[in-house]
Ligand binder design. Structure first.
Ligand SMILES: Nc1ncnc2c1ncn2[C@@H]1O[C@H](COP(=O)(O)OP(=O)(O)OP(=O)(O)O)[C@@H](O)[C@H]1O
Length: 255
């Protein structure tokens, strides 16, 4: 069977004033793979990710999701097509329990988001599904715990459960390991691998050992352009990639 392309962009460009933060980037994310966007600081990863996730509009280029042109669609519209950017920890309601937070995300999927201040009884039918999603991320025992009380790694897992509540076919994760300690990194790595079964994942990630362990394809950006692409073995031995990373380190050391 022919391999399908989940997400593709062509000639993606974004300027801030006269500066091109993303310069003519074309990449394809194959269905069912975990694909990473890496690169030294200031490479344009976040800008590129924000373009792909519809937070920013490109100045040039086009984006296709499963063959459909989504370049001009809003974030909510692409989410309805199954392309979902992860909830940020800041989007978690700290005063609500883990279960209630997932319920809020489920309401968003059903289009009832803005009306979620409704009697608890009226939302009870969502609790089964919310509990199942908490189980999927290993938080079943924390269903009744207020999000404020959850340790950071568990908040990250809750964030993933809330993202899964939107029933994504493709997950877009923005630095999922940021701020996590060693043990949590291992847990969240395993969790992403688990939830990526039957889904496609694109992630921006600084932690290269996680990238090497988890990702099938890696796109390396530097100065807004693609420097190299391939599996970890290939990109990590690419002279241009080594120079790009070392160059930045050398500049930082000298500063
Ligand atoms: N809103 C903006 N206005 C002006 N310049 C911006 C803006 N956003 C990003 N830039 C610039 O674009 C370049 C790429 O930034 P971006 O945040 O995309 O890089 P990055 O690879 O994600 O970096 P980091 O790893 O440090 O997060 C940087 O030089 C940055 O200063």
């Amino acid at each position: 069977m022919a391999e399908r392309i989940a997400l593709a962009c062509e000639g993606l460009t974004k300027r801030f004033g006269g500066f091109k933060a993303v310069d003519n980037v074309s990449l394809t994310v194959r269905e069912g793979t975990i694909h990473a966007l890496i690169g030294p600081n200031g490479a344009g990863k976040t800008t590129c990710f924000n373009l792909l996730t519809k937070v920013l509009q490109p100045d040039a280029g086009r984006i296709a999701y499963f063959g459909r042109d989504v370049t001009r669609l809003q974030q909510e519209a692409v989410a309805r097509l199954g392309m979902v950017r992860s909830f940020q920890i800041s989007a978690v309601f700290l005063g609500l329990t883990a279960l209630q937070n997932v319920r809020v995300a489920l309401l968003q999927r059903t289009g009832l988001g803005p009306k979620f201040w409704r009697p608890a009884r009226a939302m009870g039918h969502l609790d089964g599904e919310a509990a199942r999603l908490l189980g999927e991320v290993g938080l079943e025992a924390d269903a009744g715990t207020r999000a404020a009380q959850l340790p950071y790694g568990r908040k990250r897992a809750l964030e993933i459960a809330m993202t899964l509540a939107l029933d994504p076919r493709m997950l877009l994760l923005d630095e999922p390991m940021a701020g996590l300690g060693q043990e949590d990194v291992a847990r969240i790595t395993a969790l992403i691998r688990r939830v990526s079964a039957h889904r496609t994942v694109l992630m921006v990630e600084h932690n290269l050992s996680v990238v090497s362990e988890l990702c099938h394809t890696i796109t390396v950006l530097a100065r807004g352009s693609i420097l190299a692409e391939g599996d970890y073995q290939r990109v990590s031995t690419d002279e241009r990639v080594i120079t790009a990373y070392m160059g930045v380190e050398a500049v930082q050391e000298a500063a």
